[in-house]
Design a protein around this ligand. Structure first.
Ligand code: DGT
Ligand code: CA
Ligand code: CA
Ligand code: ZN
Length: 573
């Protein structure tokens, strides 16, 4: 099967997990994690790159040794090192490490003392109160474990949009080689750009004699065929992702797209309108009696309901139908509206590329501006910048700006919000920047009252411009900070602080609901990538998707403005 970047990253992460449980050298573990991140973040498949003869050891964090390992993984789907480690340590333990509060040390103790390997065994041990007496644990830890397991129930089967996107890309490429397929489109939550997807729904129309279902189940990446029929088949890919394929006649393609794009709640709301008009609406079309009066395109289906076309991201039954009936549907932001990236890291802290490389890459994307926003000291990166190093970076930016005529390089920093709500650097140096992104990176477990006060206090500082990844959550990995978001947004509106929509597919923070709230509360947002590498600059599409799900229009997003206009918004003092 085609080994894609996520597969490779997964092997490296698993190696790192198992080494960590073993208590191996932290630098070695770090090297595997960095490699996983580099490969996982590439916009081209590593297997294609090697085929083209590119030397992978030129990638940041990938030396000769790791490049060799990548090759082995591409060829075999795994690596002997991982297989050896699995002999020593049950690989399921790496799954347990994903639970909040469960580090490698704890997992190792649970395994050694209680033989716990799986989530089920962990739950049992916690419920039988066997964990509280282990060294380094306690009653609270035991209760937290049960809460965590509850929280993860059901969600484990969902896939991050970015992961699904990679699988879908390879799959579509494969299917499109069949020339008798007329059209092939993705529906479901994937089309609605939901941050995680349960499965992938695909619709095809075919010319006569097309063996589309045979081709579908013959795909190399298929692990298991759940069902195969004339018009519908379902498979599970090796990654565990389910794909449903439906063959529909051309005349019903729009109706089927409408039905299978969902959401279910949106469909039900539209069907209610159909019923009122004495029509029948289903995946085959709109019917008056036995006559199909619409079905070829989604637009004509909606038109029969006296509704306009809805962008898929709006179809969540969150008021879109009422808004449309009043003629108030938003004109959603698109990727093309974005004029620059306001959150980019370089090698000076934890990025993988130099200032020059990142600026050049942003310029190649056609951006008007790019902001260099490396970390301040307090965050847990080893080499966060103090005032002296920041000033040095500003000098470097000035020099580079002299040579770069096409792009404006903005001086910024991702400044830590300290526990007491003060910022990690003094105003004297912050005021020399064009603007700041300020984020919470540690002390994540404060009470709602304290955490909210912390962020609000930070907004008092006139040099704070953007609140970085406001909720702090990591999808499937870390729950959001306990924050009174309404209060945060009220304050942000009042103080003219902007909220970030961080496009990283693990973050997507603000989430869709909060994006919509922000707009309703008069808060503007910045869609950024938080890029740590050149390829990360392409993550913008995920943030734009999230913003669209939150009904945001170009006017709601500050980095659709020219620098000349944007500049004024950053002057709070
Ligand atoms: P997912 O896969 O959980 O991320 O979410 P979806 O929205 O892709 O849901 P899925 O795959 O179960 O079904 C695809 C679409 O099919 C769904 O968005 C709407 C439509 N659909 C499924 N079941 C029903 C139903 O019972 N009633 C209606 N009206 N539509 C349904
Ligand atoms: Ca689905
Ligand atoms: Ca489905
Ligand atoms: Zn950052």
């Amino acid at each position: 099967m085609p080994v894609n970047n996520n597969d490779i990253a997964e092997v490296f992460n698993k190696i790192a997990d198992l080494l960590e449980i073993k208590g191996d050298n932290p630098f070695r573990i770090r090297a595997y994690r960095d490699a996983a991140r580099t490969i996982g973040g590439l916009s081209k498949d590593a297997s294609d790159l090697t085929e083209e003869g590119k030397d992978l050891s030129e990638l940041p964090g990938i030396g000769k040794d790791l490049a060799g390992k990548v090759k082995t993984i591409i060829q075999t789907g795994t690596h002997p090192l991982l297989e050896d480690l699995k002999q020593e340590i049950p690989e399921e333990l790496s799954g347990l490490m994903k639970l909040q509060g469960m580090g490698p040390k704890k997992v190792a103790v649970l395994y050694k003392k209680l033989g716990v390997k799986t989530a089920e065994e962990l739950r049992k041990a916690a419920e039988e109160q066997k964990i509280r007496d282990l060294e380094g644990f306690g009653e609270t830890t035991e209760e937290n474990i049960i809460d965590e397991l509850e929280r993860h129930k059901g969600e484990q089967k969902r896939f991050k949009l970015s992961v699904a996107e990679q699988r879908v890309k390879s799959f579509l490429k494969y299917m499109k080689e069949e020339k008798k397929i007329k059209s092939i489109e993705i529906a479901g939550s994937f089309r609605r750009r939901k941050e995680t997807v349960g499965d992938i729904d695909i619709l095809v129309t075919c010319k006569r004699g097309c063996q589309v279902m045979d081709r579908f189940i013959d795909y190399e990446d298929v692990e298991k065929v759940i069902s195969k029929g004339e018009t519908r088949s379902s498979v599970i890919l090796k990654s565990g992702l389910q794909v449903d394929l439906r063959k529909v006649p051309q005349v019903a393609f729009g109706a089927a797209m409408h039905y299978f794009t969902g959401s279910k709640e949106h469909n039900i709301a539209v069907r209610k309108i159909a019923v009122k008009k004495n029509y029948k609406l289903n995946e085959y079309g709109v019917f008056r009696g036995d006559d199909r009066i619409a079905g070829k395109t989604e637009k004509e289906v909606y038109a029969k309901m006296d509704l306009p076309y809805f962008e898929p991201e709006l179809r969540e039954n969150r008021g879109e139908i009422k808004a449309a009936q009043k003629g108030n549907l938003p004109e959603l932001i698109t990727l093309e509206d974005i004029r620059g990236d306001l959150h980019v890291h370089t090698k000076a802290t934890d990025g993988h590329y130099s200032l020059e490389d990142m600026v050049k890459a942003a310029e190649n994307k056609g951006y008007e501006y790019v902001a260099v926003s490396d970390h301040s000291q307090k965050v847990t990166v080893a080499n966060g910048m103090d005032a002296k190093r920041l000033r040095k970076q500003m000098e470097k930016i000035d020099q580079l700006q002299d040579k770069s005529k096409k792009i404006k390089i903005l001086k910024s920093m991702e400044v830590d919000i300290l526990e007491d709500g003060s910022l990690d650097l003094a105003d004297e140096v912050l005021k020399e920047l064009d603007f700041t992104v300020c984020s919470v990176h540690y002390n994540l477990n404060l009470s709602r009252k304290k955490q909210t006060e912390r962020v609000i206090k930070a907004m008092d500082n006139p040099f704070m411009n953007i609140l970085g990844h406001p909720s702090g959550r990591l999808i499937h990995e870390r729950k959001p900070l306990d924050l009174d978001m309404e209060k945060i947004m009220e304050t942000a509106a009042e103080k003219k602080v902007f909220l970030e929509i961080n496009s990283h597919p693990d973050r997507l923070d603000l989430n869709d609901i909060h994006c919509k709230w922000a707009k309703e509360m008069g808060v503007k947002t910045a869609i950024t990538t938080d890029a740590h590498s050149i390829d990360d600059l392409d993550l913008m599409r995920f943030g734009v998707g999230q913003a669209r799900r939150g009904w945001l229009e170009p006017g709601d997003i500050i980095n659709t403005l020219s620098w000349k206009k944007l500049k004024k918004h950053f002057k709070r003092h």
